[in-house]
Design a protein around this ligand. Structure first.
Ligand code: PMV
Length: 314
């Protein structure tokens, strides 16, 4: 084992969250400008230390913390490489806000797996990477679709379903997304569980809502291919109607969505699990995106980002 690093980036679900857990498609994009890096620095004193904003201290003491899922992943990687006794400091530097629907846990797992494979000079296929990240995502989120890990490790926007191969999807060259953070921790596990509970109580209604999201995703794909931003915006707004009905939006998300629409957005919705976290708004130009950003800041967004389709989010 030698010192090495691995990286990943934030992700945004354009459309399809929650329904994707029940087999519907989703469209998601890696946001390359918001990066996460995991660096392994070999430590001759045989200690295993974590240095991150999520957790700082010995690996062995992380089991009872929020870092437990990643700590378990690291222990499994060490066992896989027969390096249980190796000494190292693992430093994680992340520009992603945690628990905001930007895939922070999946991005962390992706960068950590990449760093360990690099430290052991071992080639890593995308398939093996996703097997590893599924392990920590399951521990952290309960029943993950795998979408987060697929996107935080991807180079292009993706068409994703749980059961079919992941397909890159081409985005228009005009238009921008504005991403705004409510400043409230999203609650992926709780939100996914809330939908499951609602579905157990009223399967007909919830299945119809899930199907409606799936239809909006299919129409969003057609709009992307046709370079039709107003049609894409309309599908984002349609998905938001269903996400609200599923109970995963909240007052702050609704408030920011309204502010974006009032500022001229073509469509807006929550992104990720909801119950806090981030929302996205579609703008027909970078200039309009600037206007929407200002409106979202005035409406109380904790942070905003812009993803211009022309640059692929770089
Ligand atoms: O909140 P995030 O970024 O973890 O996104 C969760 C997306 C869901 O569709 C709600 C769950 C999943 O596993 O796909």
């Amino acid at each position: 084992m030698h010192s090495a690093s691995g990286s990943s980036c934030a992700k945004i679900i354009l459309i399809g969250e929650h329904a994707v857990v029940y087999g519907q498609p989703a469209i998601a994009l890696p946001v390359k400008a918001i990066k996460l890096t995991a660096t392994i620095i070999v430590n001759p004193r045989k200690q295993q230390m974590i240095d991150s904003k999520f957790y700082q201290g010995p690996l062995q003491a992380a089991a009872a913390t929020d870092f437990a899922g990643i700590a378990d992943l690291i222990a499994a990687l060490l066992a896989y490489f027969h390096a249980e006794q190796a000494g190292f400091t693992l430093r994680i530097v992340s520009a992603l806000p945690p628990e905001r629907g930007m895939g922070s846990s999946a991005a962390t797992a992706t960068a950590v797996v990449r760093a360990f494979y690099a430290a052991f000079d071992t080639a890593l296929t995308q398939r093996t990477l996703l097997q590893w990240t599924a392990r920590s995502e399951k521990a952290i989120h309960g029943n993950p679709s795998g979408l987060d890990a697929a996107t935080t490790s991807a180079d292009t926007p993706l068409w994703f379903t749980k059961t079919t191969p992941i397909v890159p999807i081409v985005f228009p060259t005009n238009g921008s997304l504005v991403i705004a953070d409510t400043g409230i921790m999203g609650q992926t596990k709780e939100a996914v569980q809330a939908v499951a509970t609602r579905r157990a109580q009223d399967p007909a209604t919830v299945d119809a809502q899930i199907k409606a999201i799936g239809q909006a995703v299919a129409l969003a794909k057609a709009a992307l291919l046709a370079d039709d931003l107003p049609a894409l915006g309309a599908q984002l707004t349609k998905a938001q109607v269903q996400l609200r009905a599923l109970g995963v939006s909240n007052a702050q998300l609704d408030h920011l969505i309204q502010a974006a629409m009032a500022a001229g957005a073509l469509g807006a919705k929550l992104t990720g699990s909801g119950l806090g976290g981030c929302m996205i708004a579609l703008a027909d130009s970078a200039a309009q995106a600037q206007q929407i950003r200002l409106a979202l800041q005035a409406a109380g967004a904790a942070a905003t980002w812009q993803y211009d389709f022309s640059t692929g989010g770089h």
